[in-house]
Design a protein around this ligand. Structure first.
Ligand SMILES: [Cu+2]
Length: 139
């Protein structure tokens, strides 16, 4: 009788303890996973943007090539140390004017892959037509 009880006790203990031990890491890792998921989602919905400074001068954008991630919001901080310029991406329906010796922002979220060539949209002199900025949007 005594031996049967202690066997049952041992069985209960052996069975009970590991379940608790297994459950705690499971619950905490699930909570951590959820927390990380929320952070990731809020970062995207609140628009934590990648910022890129672009200098527009006669007759070039510097940098002239920018690689962006599809779905990540971006802000192009446009500056002109000389005359007025503009930046237009016809395919993306974006057009921003940059005042002479001033700055402007272009905010958007690229939602398709590919290369998009932007042009200066304010006539700024003889090399105006060759003034381009290429966005490479990747997954
Ligand atoms: Cu121009």
């Amino acid at each position: 009788m005594r031996s049967t009880l202690s066997l049952a006790d041992r069985k209960f203990l052996l069975h009970g303890a590991p379940v608790k031990r297994r459950l705690i890491p499971f619950v905490s890792s699930t909570l951590l996973f959820c927390a990380l998921g929320l952070v990731g989602r809020s970062a995207e919905t609140q628009g934590v943007s990648k910022q890129v400074e672009v200098v527009a001068t006669r007759f070039a954008f510097t940098p002239a090539d920018i690689t962006l991630k599809k779905g990540q919001p971006v802000v192009l901080l446009l500056k002109s140390p000389d005359v007025a310029h503009g930046l237009r991406f016809r395919e993306l329906n974006l057009d921003v004017k940059i005042p002479a010796k001033g700055s402007a922002e272009m905010r958007f979220t690229p939602n398709k892959n590919g290369d998009f060539v932007g042009h200066c949209s304010v006539f700024c002199g003889s090399g105006h037509g060759a003034m381009t900025l290429t966005l490479h949007v990747v997954e």
